[in-house]
Design a protein around this ligand. Sequence first.
Ligand code: AMO
Length: 422
Amino acid sequence: MRTLVKDLPEKIGETVELMGFLHWRRDLGKVQFLLLRDRTGVVQVVTGGRRLPLPESSLRVVGRVVANEKAPGGLEVQAEELEVLSPALEPTPVEIPKEEWRANPETLLEYRYVTLRGEKARAPLRVQAALVRGFRRYLDRQGFTEVFTPKVVRAGAEGGSGLFGVDYFEHRAYLAQSPQLYKQILVGVYERVYEVAPVWRAEDHATSRHLNEYLSLDVEMGFIGSEEELLRLEEELLQEMLEEAYVSAGREMELLEAERPSLPRDIPRLTHQEARRLLREELGYPAGADLSEEAERLLGQYAKKRWGSDWLFITRYPRALRPFYTYPEPDGTTRGFDLLFRGLEITSGGQRIHRYEELLESLKAKGMDPEGFRGYLEVFKYGMPPHGGFAIGAERLTQKLLGLPNVRYARAFPRDRHRLEP
Ligand code: AMO
């Protein structure tokens, strides 16, 4: 029966069967050392009088587990049998583990199908899976229903950022920018819904924080009094997501030397207006209405210094900066908010307009054609409750949690301006 590397400390003195990949090898003639990597870790294996196959070959090893202070993890396996299950046919284009984290990012992504195998390279996706698990678990407990909405759609929901067109038989269709309109419609059915699914943004700029395809963690909740309930919900939700990451992906967090974020029970808040005043008057940064990357970074630093928080809500965004569905306030602001994590926007959300006439008016005021939103608008004739929600960008959250230099490392096969493969 197969033993996993993580369970070896309990097997000292026993003979075990391991399966995994040849992570690294050294041939000293009479003895050969190799590191065997499985999904749980890496162990040193010693064997004699053998020619080892190329790195990344998959292997089956049977051997005795012995303590060895000098070996990584304080033990090694002395191989009695070594079977090559499937040999690597060529040397890998990037040497794992030596270069997996250091090679040029473009090279790492070019050969992602194999560079992702590195212990550090694969860690972010394990952490992300744990974050998503925490997300689902918390919301399930709160009575949310997980939904799955169409990804080929007739209209864009987010205005601003670009759409990817697709041919849908005789029609022009688009890849969904967000499940926004559908999650709202479904609030009229289930009251509380969430979705974990990819979305597409045809953004031209290739930056360290933009992907053209990313995983959106969407939440929508009916019968709310104001956006306050959404902020509270997100605070609790994030606590559980982080907890799950630490519990079930603690090893990965350690491997990447991730600094534990400080998440206060009450995340500090600034209104958009306060944030701009602060930037201008205290931080010496005259920010435009649309807070730039640099403005967000400065606000993040400020929140850390002032409140010891890695998180900061910016509330009451002005109407001009929010999509047509955002609930307006009489003073020109809205019930829309963003959440910054370590100075990067990881969430947008807000209360929505729930009355038909107001929604129609808002669409028109933004210069949009109500005809394109027919299926969406209709439901507002049938008692849509006051509601709201938000979306967390899973890769950005992972990136900031782990201190990754680029959001691409938080996606298995990132789509960016220049990359459609692998
Ligand atoms: P928004 O467009 O602000 O809001 O997106 C929500 C969150 O998604 C992430 N995000 C991205 N991540 C990687 N690459 C991108 N190009 C990218 N664009 C956005 C960010 C952002 O905060 N429908 C609303 C949400 C809502 O109100 O419920 C929406 O999509 O983390």
